[in-house]
Ligand binder design. Structure first.
Ligand SMILES: *[C@@H]1O[C@H](CO)[C@@H](O)[C@H](O)[C@H]1NC(C)=O
Ligand SMILES: [Ca+2]
Length: 235
């Protein structure tokens, strides 16, 4: 009986830790700087990636460098990494190569980022607030490795760990989606507008994740209008 109870509570903990959740209208808040707080994302991914598109929104008032999306594999901590290096400058790592995208940064408002890459040409796109930045090329012929550890809030220097406080993210992240294909320009614009385009690797509306440390899930507050907030019964 004792064993059964243990088993049942272990299952409950497991199902809580690996919840498959619709996070529409919600955000992850990373409320403090640390070298530990993070969210692990569990992707639907079986084959190495020859093409992908990754989109999300982020809001932060940090001036220093920080990690936005850290995807490591067994032998490469920077397999797929998006870093904001400084105001106006984002870095995309794929395999052991990287490129820089320069953007017109409107500091202190949320940003929407979609980045895509195709192995056959190595061309990477970086859409910033619905607009395509200058395309760059990296990792032509490469395939992004499988069985990743995907971390939000921290930058991995080993497979699933070795976080550096100075690269941690403080702020809010939401609307994160990933596809195993390169979205067309029209679809990039539709994602920016908030359309659901059936992402097949990571889906904010059906997300498998695990919170570690101090990360809160809160309603989205940016961009609400009084009309859309009416149901909140503000009097
Ligand atoms: C990746 O995209 C290219 C076209 O850019 C296509 O030819 C190829 O089949 C795609 N690979 C996969 C695995 O979908
Ligand atoms: Ca790293």
């Amino acid at each position: 009986m004792k064993e059964l109870l243990l088993w049942v509570s272990a299952l409950a903990i497991l199902s809580e830790a690996f919840a498959q959740t619709d996070l529409s209208g919600k955000v992850f808040v990373f409320p403090r700087e640390s070298s530990s707080d993070h969210v692990k994302l569990i992707p639907k991914l079986k084959k190495p990636l020859q093409n992908f598109t990754l989109c999300f929104r982020a809001y932060s008032d940090l001036y220093r460098a920080y990690s936005l999306f850290s995807y490591s594999i067994q032998d490469n901590d920077n397999e797929l990494l998006i870093l904001k290096e400084e105001v106006g400058k984002y870095i995309l790592h794929i395999g052991r190569t990287k490129v820089t995208f320069k953007v017109m940064d409107n500091f202190l408002s949320p940003v929407h980022i979609c980045t895509s890459w195709e192995s056959s040409t190595g061309i990477a796109e970086f859409w910033f607030n619905g607009k395509p930045m200058v395309r760059k090329g990296l990792g032509q012929g490469y395939s992004v490795g499988v069985q990743p550890k995907i971390v939000l809030g921290q930058e991995q220097d080993s497979y699933g760990g070795e976080f550096d406080k100075r690269q941690s993210f403080v702020g809010e992240i939401w609307d994160l989606y990933m596809w195993d294909s390169v979205l067309s320009a029209k679809n990039m614009m539709l994602v920016y507008q908030g359309y659901d385009l059936n992402p097949n690797i990571l889906d904010w509306r059906d997300l498998n994740y695990e919170v570690q440390g101090y990360v809160a899930i809160k309603p989205l507050v940016w961009g609400l209008s009084l009309e859309s907030a009416e149901h909140l019964e503000i009097k």
